[in-house]
Write a protein that binds this ligand. Sequence first.
Ligand SMILES: [Cu+2]
Length: 148
Amino acid sequence: MAETKRLIMNNKPFQKRFPLALKKLFERLVVLTGVFLISASLPLLEASSSHDIQIETQPPFFSPNQLTISLGARLTWKNRTQEPHTIISDDCRFGRKCSFDSGFLGPNGRFALPPLKPGRYPYHCGIHPFMRGLLTIHPPQSFSSSDI
Ligand SMILES: [Cu+2]
């Protein structure tokens, strides 16, 4: 009987402490979840960025002709000239499967970059080989201060 009483008495502080510990645990869980969500959404924010390259009659023809984008970013070439152009990755040779080839792009035509792996992609216009550009795709989380 005395033991039961002691148990009940010992139990009281425990019951008081338990919800407090649970509350602290919950608060920590909320903070951790917040940190996780923010860090998880950063690559998505990067990936959702979009870029345009204008095709023009004057040098550098592809404007900008050197561009670095993050993995998953959208990129569209836009033909601002009155003549057709193509956007062909330099690896499109010898019948190999190549990174991208727009085909003929008429005036006001657009070409969206297909999904690619990180890397350097020099490209050119198949009609005017002097029109050249360089696209670089960053692997995730590899940004340096020089990119900003
Ligand atoms: Cu061209």
